[in-house]
Every structure is written in C-alpha cells, then in structure tokens.
Design a protein around this ligand. Structure first.
Ligand SMILES: NC(=O)c1ccc[n+]([C@@H]2O[C@H](COP(=O)([O-])OP(=O)(O)OC[C@H]3O[C@@H](n4cnc5c(N)ncnc54)[C@H](OP(=O)(O)O)[C@@H]3O)[C@@H](O)[C@H]2O)c1
Length: 345
C-alpha cells in the first residue's frame, strides 16, 4: 500500500527536489503540490525535469488529506499554519527553520520570536546521524538546515569521541551555492551577480550558528561565502584543541561515528584530484563527504565537509527522516549517486 504525500511550496527549489525524490520513491505517491502563484499550472511547467508527472499545482488553502505533508515554505509559514498542516496529515515534515531549534530563546535572538513555542519540545530535529533514535513514529519533524548539517556532520565525531569538550575555539568557513537562496533568491543570486564571486555575505551572526550551537552544545564562529555554484555547501572548520590529537585519534573518531552510516562517506587525503570533500562529487545525491587534516605546528585540526544543499541539506534529509519515522527502508528513494564528470553543480 502506498503512502500519500503532499508538498506545500512545490514551485520552490526544495519543493521541486522533494517532488523529484518522491516521484521515484517506492513507498510514496504524490497527490498534491501547492503554489499560490502557479495554481492550476503543471508541475513540469516549473520543474522541467518533472515534465512526465501528471500533476498540477493547487492552492495551499485547499489542502488534501494525506499521510505525510512536506512543508517547503519560507521561514514563518509553517509556524503560522501548523494546525492546518497537522489536520491534513498524520506526519508533517517541515524543511524550514520553524521547528528546528529546541528553545524560544534562540528564536528571540536569531529570528523574530516564535508563534507556537509549545510545539518546539514536540518537534523532532532531523539530522538522522544525530537523532535517529527519536525519529521512529515522530509526527512533527524539522529537517536540519543546510549549512548546519554540513557543519554538524563535520564536527560531531570530535565531540562523540571526546576529542573536544566544548570549550575549544572553532571557526567555520562555509561556501555555498546560489540555490540556498531559494527560487526567489533576488539580485544576489542572479546569474550576472553570482558569476565568478567568492562573496562573504554573513560574516557574523548567521542563523545556522544557533542550530550548530544548540545541537553540538558549543559556540562556533561561523562565516558564509556565496560562491559561483548552484548546488552545494562546503564547510571548512578550523579547530584549536586543548591538547595534542593524532591522525590515528581522528581516524578512530570518524570511522567509529560513520562506518555504518548509509549517507556519510570519508574523503580524507587519498589519491587523485578530489582528495577532500567536494560538493561536485555529491551533487544530486544524499551523500555527505567528510575529511580532515591534523596541523600539529599550529595546534590545529582542519575538518572538511561537503553536501548538496538541495539533498542532504534539505529534501534528501527530509525523505531520509520520513523513511525512519514511517518505518520504511532508511535509504528508500535515496540510493542514487551523483554524476562524474559534470559541470559546476
Ligand atoms: N534552498 C535550500 O538550499 C534550503 C536548504 C534547507 C532548508 N531550506 C528551507 O526550506 C524552505 C524552502 O526553501 P526554498 O529554497 O525551496 O524556497 P523557495 O524556492 O523560495 O520556495 C518557497 C515555496 O513556498 C511557497 N510559499 C511562499 N510563501 C507561502 C505561503 N505563505 N504559503 C504557502 N506557500 C508559500 C512558494 O510558492 P508560492 O509563492 O507560489 O505559494 C514556493 O513554492 C525555506 O524555509 C528554507 O529556509 C532551504
């Protein structure tokens, strides 16, 4: 028996990626995709890769009753409409930041407060590598943010293995593609303005800093650069540990953390051109790549992490979490790898 699904915000970038994943998923059947601006138009008219789908956008005011609703809407929409979403679906997976953070104080500091603070405790954060055990049966799921996902996956093994205590200095420099800004990304994401840039756009105080701090239990210094790619987030973390750390310690920590994870693979100084995590190598797939180097001269560890923000950083992560919540094969609908060679993703 198939599980019915709807995608609210189906014309957007993450909505389109979700439709692509659900279309190929063995368990889900997409029965609704919403858009206020494109209601009654075909899905293929907006997402040309989905021209084969026999589906038209409908107005989000007319939500159909489904098993699972994926909300791919801008920040603030889900918290305002969560009752309608939950009336329409047994499981709600929200891709926005509305239910990601565990406490209202984060929303007061980094956003404009929260309309439904009582639900924050109920929502399950969905970075399966961090929170898998709490996802089975969850009915309100908040998929992790793209930059936070890349950063947390890079740093998590160091905390789990006890290499870091939480009082060390950590500096994260992350380069991101234009699709992070969504389909309505505006001038900053237009082809002419984006082409060729390595443009710092959030040197301090980025909202994902809150998410990293909330789930790793440590403060981080976080800076984002907009670069000339469409898909991808590439995090470089500079860490200054309190004592010496060997390469063997690092391998033990990362292998221990990720050897059984279906969507995390190591890329750490092997041979060939792509010796460290590379967004191009994971584009279109749900893989995250993680790697590191040890710099004893400067008492520094350097950790790299790369994801496709549209996949592991949003739609893929949401499907992965839904698979676990609903008891499906964890990797269902997500088993494909990316392409090589390809142009800039
Ligand atoms: N892009 C990424 O890499 C990424 C990664 C992780 C998480 N996210 C989060 O995922 C969410 C969606 O991001 P996106 O990049 O897909 O955005 P997007 O491309 O701008 O798409 C937003 C979608 O939401 C719909 N929408 C806007 N306001 C709405 C409202 N009031 N009610 C119902 N639908 C509404 C829009 O269609 P209509 O206006 O036609 O209704 C559109 O389909 C955001 O919260 C974002 O922060 C994005």
């Amino acid at each position: 028996m198939t599980t019915t699904a709807s995608v609210v915000g189906g014309t957007g970038f993450t909505g389109g990626e979700l439709l692509r994943l659900l279309d190929g998923h063995p368990e889900f059947e997409v029965v609704q995709a919403t858009s206020r601006s494109e209601a009654n138009k075909t899905v293929g008219g907006i997402h040309p890769n989905l021209r084969h789908m026999d589906l038209r956008f409908s107005d989000p005011a007319d939500l159909e009753s489904v098993d699972t609703l994926f909300a791919c809407t801008p920040h603030g929409v889900s918290m305002g409409q969560i009752d309608e979403f939950r009336d329409a679906a047994g499981t709600v997976v929200d891709l926005s930041a509305d239910f990601r953070l565990p406490e209202t104080t984060y929303y007061d500091e980094y956003y404009d407060g929260h309309e439904r603070p009582g639900l924050l405790e109920e929502a399950e954060y969905a970075l399966p590598e961090l929170n898998r055990e709490n996802l089975p049966g969850a009915d309100l799921i908040a998929a992790g943010g793209c930059n936070a996902t890349a950063s947390i996956l890079g740093l998590l093994p160091l905390f789990e293995a006890g290499i870091l205590d939480g009082d060390e200095q950590i500096v994260i420099d992350i380069k991101v593609g234009s699709s992070e800004g969504g389909a309505g990304g505006g001038a900053a994401s237009s082809h002419a303005e984006r082409s060729g840039v390595v443009r710092p756009y959030a040197p301090t105080g980025h909202r994902h800093e809150a998410e990293i701090e909330a789930y790793l239990g440590t403060s981080v210094s976080f800076t984002v650069h907009a670069v000339d790619m469409i898909r991808g987030a590439s995090a470089t973390c500079h860490i200054f540990p309190n004592g010496p750390v060997s390469k063997g310690d690092m391998w033990q920590a990362y292998r221990g953390q990720y050897e059984d994870e279906p969507f995390v693979r190591m890329a750490s100084g092997g041979g060939g051109v792509y010796r460290y995590p590379e967004p191009k190598a994971v584009a279109g797939s749900n893989f995250a790549e993680v790697g590191f180097e040890v710099d004893p001269t400067n008492k520094r560890l350097v950790v790299f992490s790369a994801i496709d923000n549209m996949m592991k950083g949003s739609a893929g992560q949401a499907v992965h979490a839904a698979n676990i919540a609903l008891g499906f094969e964890e990797t269902a609908g997500l088993e494909h790898t990316g392409f090589h060679p390809i142009g800039a993703p």
